[in-house]
Design a protein around this ligand. Structure first.
Ligand code: ZN
Length: 58
């Protein structure tokens, strides 16, 4: 079982995707991507919990 996140799933024009073994591993990469690419300086709890809700189990 793995978790997959995709920016398109979260409603972004960006086509970036990432997968990982645990939600935490994926969300750490998502936070990093949000900072670097989407200029989210501080990924807050609200944003991160929304993004987490778009995770898919693959
Ligand atoms: Zn993105």
């Amino acid at each position: 079982m793995a978790y997959e996140f995709g920016c398109p799933t979260a409603g972004s024009d960006c086509s970036w995707k990432v997968a990982g073994a645990t939600e935490e591993a994926v969300m750490a990469k998502v936070a990093d991507h949000a900072r670097k690419v989407h200029k989210v300086k501080t990924p807050t709890g609200t944003i991160m919990s929304y993004l987490r809700s778009t995770l898919k189990q693959v």
